[in-house]
Design a binder for this molecule. Structure first.
Ligand code: HEC
Ligand code: HEC
Length: 439
């Protein structure tokens, strides 16, 4: 019996010291050697500081063109589309605006749609005559779509903290009219435009690392399972780990970009081209577009020695936020040495989590149900405000107008973590939020 005590003691020492290692880790250089502290609106467009002069750097710089170019008819835009440039949604590569009330158009908002029955490989089934998202702009009146109209209404919800403080939350209710199809037959998912921070590094997190965090049966009984997303890739005719988009349904930056070109702008690429004509975005432009994003700078975290921020960082971990929003990750990349062997702090595990009914919608994608979302990376959370004029919103549909609202919508696997947050004093809650703002 006695012999077990020293063992238990050793176990505790390891537990405490490993916890300390996480607590004390300096996360200023969130993007490893790609981190920049350049202020200003082009901070996350500029080439990463560790990208040497040479042809790759030239391509990164030239990728600005296809990303920010306003596409017109002669570029192949449309005939149906949502916006005419990547940068029109991703303002200075950051988030897009969420203006549901006055905007006559979707602009930077995407409404993904599908039929409820999925394809054999798990992909959502497109609605004939509409596609996989609603394109509300047309080049000319002759362009026909079955999509008629969309309406968003807000349901108000009140949240009361144990200390009596009340926060007013809102939840969107979406109604999409497509001719010949009943409301209930259309699966929908509302998305705001996220910021593009460090996607090259996210793509360089080894698959084994992501899988090592997954615990589908919750064998460690912490209430958090986390499942990898696997998506079908027509190019390799196999399944790849999904990393991008709120349901992680794109495996690489190249796929995500080609997908956006097709869906959001109606531009073909060699990846998505159902005509026999040459792609409207050439392979060389697609490569530049991809490198532009992958090898761009990542903002450094600020104010890490500030007492409140330090307290907030501690509370972030005490509340278990870091069980999903992970940091201290080592990257690996054989193609780009700049992305290889970096110690990064993206605050994501790239896994899908059931976040509860409050955040759920009806459009399942591959491995993800309508209640599952990829852990949103938190690097850049405070920084993104400084690079674009748009008011920041949070969560996949932009319902949250503050970081506090975003946390209060956490449910499902994140329920106990959310409770930890709500049980904090008002001062400690503010400290935790100031840590998020420092990222
Ligand atoms: C109409 C607005 C719109 C346009 C235009 C647009 N995007 Fe996006 N972008 C989005 C939305 C919405 C998402 C989230 C998609 C999802 O959840 O599946 C997204 C996601 C992304 C992501 C993944 C970010 C992450 O970390 O998950 C990348 C990368 C990206 N877009 C690049 C591009 C590129 C490159 C273009 C131009 C070829 C482009 N986008 C055009 C709205 C847009
Ligand atoms: C079980 C995993 C999990 C835990 C634990 C968790 N989160 Fe999240 N978090 C997510 C997922 C998944 C999303 C995306 C949800 C969505 O968009 O609908 C998210 C989104 C967010 C966002 C919104 C980011 C944005 O830009 O839209 C913030 C802020 C956030 N989490 C903070 C926290 C904090 C603070 C804690 C601890 C109190 C926490 N999270 C705990 C999984 C988790």
């Amino acid at each position: 019996m006695k012999a077990q005590y020293p063992l238990l003691f050793v176990f505790f020492v390891i537990l405490i010291s490993s916890n300390k290692a996480v607590m004390g880790q300096d996360i200023t250089f969130q993007g490893g050697e790609l981190s920049t502290d350049i202020p200003g609106s082009n901070a996350i467009q500029a080439p990463a500081p560790n990208l040497p002069m040479g042809p790759t750097r030239v391509k990164q710089v030239e990728g600005f063109g296809p990303f920010h170019r306003i596409n017109r008819r002669r570029d192949g835009l449309g005939p149906l589309y949502v916006n005419n440039s990547c940068g029109g949604c991703h303002v200075n590569n950051g988030k897009g605006s969420v203006r549901y009330k006055k905007a006559p158009r979707l602009n930077a908002i995407v409404i993904k749609v599908a039929l409820h029955e999925r394809q054999e490989n798990g992909a959502p089934t497109n609605i004939p005559g509409v596609g996989d998202l609603l394109q509300d702009r047309v080049l000319s009146r002759r362009n026909k779509t079955r999509f008629k109209r969309t309406g968003i209404r807000w349901k108000r919800v009140r949240f009361t903290y144990p200390d009596g403080t009340v926060v007013k939350l809102r939840k969107p209710k979406l109604r999409v009219r497509i001719s010949g199809i009943g409301y209930s037959e259309v699966a929908t998912s509302l998305r705001m435009t996220p910021g593009i921070v460090g996607p090259g590094l996210l793509e360089s997190i080894p698959e084994e690392t992501v899988l090592s965090w997954s615990d589908p049966e919750d064998s460690n009984a912490d209430g958090i399972s986390g499942r990898p997303q696997y998506v079908y890739d027509g190019e390799s005719e196999g399944f790849l780990l999904g990393r991008f988009g709120f349901r992680a349904s794109q495996p690489t930056v190249r796929h995500q970009s080609a997908g956006a070109a097709a869906g959001e702008m109606g531009l073909t690429t060699s990846l998505f081209n159902n005509s026999d004509k040459a792609p409207e975005i050439s392979d060389s432009d697609l490569e530049k577009l991809t490198l532009y994003q992958m090898l761009a700078s990542v903002p450094t975290a600020r104010n890490q020695t500030d007492t409140t921020v330090k307290r907030g960082k501690q509370l972030f971990q005490l509340a278990g936020c870091h069980n999903c929003h992970k940091f201290g990750i080592q990257t690996s990349n054989v193609e780009h040495s700049e992305l290889d062997g970096q110690l990064i702090h993206p605050f994501t595990d790239l896994l899908l989590h059931d976040m509860g009914e409050g955040l759920a919608d009806t459009r399942a994608e591959f491995s993800a149900s309508g209640a599952e979302w990829k852990t949103t990376p938190l690097w850049g959370t405070g920084f993104l405000k400084t690079i674009s004029h748009v008011r920041q919103h949070y969560l996949h549909d932009g319902r949250a107008r503050t970081l506090e609202e975003a946390i209060l919508w956490h449910g499902g696997e994140a329920q106990s973590s959310k409770m930890e947050f709500t049980n904090l004093s008002a001062r400690d809650r503010a400290a935790l939020i100031s840590f998020l703002e420092s990222l």
